[in-house]
Design a protein around this ligand. Structure first.
Ligand code: B12
Length: 309
């Protein structure tokens, strides 16, 4: 049973107790600007949880009582090595231990591991293993689905603590198409783009191509992503996708990925970049963010169409 959910703001007193330092130290850090603070109507200092996480990533302080901030009690004591954390995360998913799963991912995030690496090597890898075990009959469908739901809640919690870049580097919108009901990879793409500084609109799963065309026409995003884990009819998908691509404004960069985009399907598609994993996405999203919108020319990456982005 989930006891706590992460608080959105905490007081200097709460942070001091969680770190077991004096309240006056925390207040001094706030007043010196080391910790960004907001004031309540009554003039009391309040600290956003994303600021606390950012502070912990940059300083050697350890969370002694994480539950005061609404974090799992084991936060700070689980594995800080990706490869060692992965089996702990997988087992927590398999037995439905959500607190443990939350703590594993939060600890890796607090230990300053790249978000894309945590998502690729721990969360995605664990779901791949669970899928394998399902296909061999070792794992029941309910365990696979519960693992997915727990992973989604953990991802949404990370989204809460990601510091927002102001102004954002650009607008990115995306979804999964048609009959594709895979939430996790789509949510992960949204998270990695947000961490790079993009303003993201995650449109969700199973969207008809017509409405994707409307969304692109209305918002003219600098980046459009499509996560494709399941395709019913490849020919139909190719024609729908290609007409979406050719209807999009020249400045919109198409980034695609997902297990269903095998090589034979990709050969028929136009896009700015195909990514096998989120590390690739992070590199592409950073290079696009650093590239001012151009009238002509080519952006590096697996390009198969001259388009200005
Ligand atoms: C959970 C799950 C489901 C759930 C998803 C629920 C939800 N809320 O999301 C549901 C119930 C939808 C489901 C349904 C089915 N599933 Co299923 N499912 C899975 C499972 C266990 C995990 C999926 C997942 O989230 N993986 C984690 C993600 C993050 O990993 P990923 O997809 O590899 O994504 C990575 C990269 O591809 C990349 N990436 C992905 N998308 C994008 C997008 C962009 C823009 C970028 C840059 C990168 C990128 O980055 C990610 C991180 O590294 C997989 C096992 C597996 N191997 O993944 C089976 C699996 C994919 N399912 C499978 C099957 C067969 C099905 C069904 C056909 C079963 C059935 N007969 O009904 C249906 C299809 C339904 C449909 N219309 O979509 C098989 C597919 C086999 C095959 N050869 O393709 C698998 C592999 C299980 C197995 N081992 O057999 N499934």
């Amino acid at each position: 049973m989930i006891r706590d959910r992460m608080k959105s703001q905490v007081s200097p007193k709460q942070l001091a107790r969680a770190l077991q330092v004096s309240e006056s130290s925390v207040k001094r850090w706030c007043d010196q600007g080391a910790i960004a603070t907001v004031r309540t109507a009554g003039g009391h200092r309040r600290i956003a949880i994303s600021t606390v996480i950012d502070f912990l990533q940059k300083h050697e302080y350890r969370l002694v009582e994480p539950e005061i901030l609404g974090l799992p009690v084991t936060t700070g004591s689980t594995e800080r090595m990706l490869e060692r954390a992965q089996p702990t995360f997988r087992e927590a998913l398999l037995c439905g231990d959500e607190q443990r799963a939350r703590a594993v991912v939060l600890d890796l995030f607090l230990a300053n591991h790249e978000l894309s690496a945590i998502l690729d090597d721990v969360v995605a890898f664990s779901l791949h293993e669970i899928g394998e075990r399902w296909s061999c009959g070792d794992v029941d469908v309910y365990q696979e689905r519960r693992a997915c739901e727990i992973s989604l809640r953990v991802l949404h919690e990370i989204r809460q603590v990601l510091p927002r870049k102001e102004p954002p580097v650009g607008l990115a919108i995306g979804a999964t198409p048609g009959s594709d009901l895979y939430h996790v990879p789509n949510t992960m793409v949204d998270l990695v783009l947000r961490q790079v500084g993009w303003d993201t609109h995650n449109l969700g799963v199973g969207l008809p191509f017509d409405t994707l065309r409307q969304a692109i026409a209305h918002h003219r995003p600098r980046l459009f992503w499509l996560s494709v884990s399941h395709v019913d009819d490849s020919d139909q998908f190719i024609s729908d996708y290609e007409s979406l691509f050719s209807s999009a404004p020249p400045e919109t960069a198409f980034v695609v990925g997902g297990r269903a985009l095998n090589e034979s399907l990709r050969r028929h598609l136009h896009y700015a970049s195909f990514c096998d994993n989120l590390r690739h996405l992070e590199s592409f999203a950073r290079s696009l963010a650093a590239t001012p919108p151009q009238v002509s020319g080519v952006v590096s990456g697996t390009v198969n169409e001259n388009r200005a982005f």
